[in-house]
Write a protein that binds this ligand. Structure first.
Ligand code: FRU
Length: 487
């Protein structure tokens, strides 16, 4: 594994030519995705600034150009008209000022009548490498050109250096704008801090720390917080770090949410019960970002990084890593967030395959199963003799579903655990799998639970075995992202 010097990780990209050769090598990888957003070169992590404006969806990602390493971060820009087909636009925010000299970190977007504002964290570091984060603003002109405006505010000295990931929220009731940041108290507790302003671009002032009764001691840092209103509920989404959760193996970084009620006057989010719900039951999901639905402000679309902090992936060896999940429509049902693949994804369906005639599983496909009751086991990417593969097993007596990736030849992040289980008290009636060349997303019971994971099948890991009573449908899926060199 390559070891990186600080100079290599924080090298400034001066011209696209510096990474052309890397890109040409990257796109030859057998694991390049065909309908998921992936890094043009190097490393992708969080989705940022997801927004609909003037007929176009904008979605950015955290990007380190040089390899599969967290270093100097840029915002890379992609666009779509339908949330299915994506186009690479190139770099949008460069870390080229004093305020963001060591990275343009994560943030969010606010559409205005004639522009889009992008709020992000400027990861400033002094010469002695002391971090001083700034909350920065970009005006996205003409749908593409980033014009930097003066930073909104600097570091809050009452918290540690870990304060970042501004989410801009407009409160209809008070007419005020709020920015919430993920932060860490001086006694190392994760929290959210809040700023407000009547303007979008100036006069921001510190309001205080969000009170979340019952969650005062829940991890040492909360990354990427967001408060969304969905189906009449307020939803606090965040990523608590350095905390173990039941059923999450050795993982210490999580992405989840609380349902409840947000009161901006008292700065209190009151959860409606004491459970922190995991957003995604798979192995690789973090830093979810939501975009408001342009036609219905109470709905949102979510996308996440299909990866984890402090983890490594087989393509690190090929000098690239990371992709985003599919966008998912959010609703609340039975006091849980429901995540459904967008209807428009059906447009990607190509040839329908006859599962009576073949058990070869294409590398890019959608598989749907309608259960008829009882146990159900699927082996995906198994060998021809039925051994190995990714096992998805529903146990009807225990009423739970388990995904196990320990049978795959390429195993990785094994210390985080190789099985994930989710109870299904009402049984299993529906499964939808979206498989791309190095990922799998499993939607259980119409979005009741989602498992997102990277997988890296090798030659010969290409069969599908289903046992149990279910009807199954399999389609090839068409390409929806181009692997082009836009920088
Ligand atoms: C989450 C995160 C954010 C930060 C960004 C840097 O994965 O650590 O908190 O802004 O990534 O790339």
């Amino acid at each position: 594994m390559k070891s990186w010097t600080k100079e290599e990780r924080y090298r400034v990209l001066k011209s696209a030519e510096e990474i052309r050769e890397l890109h040409e090598r990257t796109i030859l990888s057998d694991y390049r995705q065909s309908y998921h957003i992936q890094s043009v070169t190097g490393l992708l992590n969080d989705p940022n600034g997801f927004v609909f404006h003037d007929g176009v969806w904008h979605l950015f990602y955290q990007w380190c150009p040089w390899g599969a390493v967290h270093g100097l971060k840029y915002w890379y820009h992609t666009v779509s008209k339908d949330l299915v087909t994506w186009q690479n636009k190139g770099v949008c925010i460069c870390p080229d000022t004093f305020y963001d000299n060591k990275g343009a970190y994560s943030g969010s977007a606010l559409p205005t009548p004639d522009s889009v504002y992008l709020y992000y964290t400027g990861n400033h570091r002094d010469e002695d490498w002391t971090r001083k984060p700034y909350t920065c603003l970009v005006d996205l002109k003409d749908g593409g050109k980033a014009v930097k405006l003066p930073p909104l505010f600097g570091m809050n000295e009452d918290y540690t250096e870990h304060q970042r990931d501004p989410k801009i929220i407009h409160d209809e009731k008070s007419g005020k704008n709020y920015i919430i940041l993920g932060a860490q108290t001086k006694d190392k507790k994760g929290c959210v801090i809040i700023y407000s302003s009547d303007s979008q671009t100036e006069n921001w002032r510190f309001e205080g720390q969000l009170k979340v009764p019952g969650f005062e001691d829940f991890g040492d840092m909360w990354e990427c917080p967001s408060i969304e209103t969905i189906s009449g509920y307020d939803v606090l989404i965040f990523c608590p770090q350095h905390i173990r959760l039941a059923g999450r193996g050795g993982s210490v970084h999580h992405s989840g949410y609380l349902l409840g009620h947000m009161d901006w006057e008292s700065l209190t989010f009151t959860p409606d019960n004491t459970s922190f719900h995991v957003l995604d039951f798979g192995f690789d999901s973090y830093a979810a970002e939501c975009a408001a639905n342009p036609n219905d402000r109470t709905k949102a679309t979510l996308v996440a990084w299909m990866g984890l902090p402090d983890a490594s992936y087989p393509t690190d060896e090929e000098d690239w890593s990371g992709c985003l999940t599919l966008p998912r429509e959010l609703r609340v049902r039975d006091r849980r967030l429901i995540q459904q693949p967008l209807d428009s994804l059906r447009a990607l369906r190509g040839e329908k395959l006859d599962l009576e005639a073949t058990n070869v599983l294409p590398r890019v496909c959608e598989l749907e199963l309608i259960g008829r009751g009882g146990d159900l086991t699927l082996r995906l990417f198994a060998a021809e003799d039925g051994s190995g593969g990714l096992v998805v097993a529903y146990d009807d007596a225990a009423k739970e579903i388990t995904v196990d990736r320990s049978g795959m030849k390429q195993r990785f992040n094994t210390e985080l655990g190789e099985q994930r289980t989710r109870p299904l008290p009402k049984g299993l009636f529906h499964l939808r799998f979206f498989i791309d060349r190095s990922s799998i997303e499993i939607f259980v019971n119409d979005g009741d639970a989602v498992f997102s994971s990277r997988i890296f099948p090798t030659e010969g890991e290409n069969r599908l075995f289903i046992s149990g009573d279910a009807s199954a449908h399999l389609w090839r899926l068409n390409r929806a992202v181009e692997d082009d060199f836009a920088v």
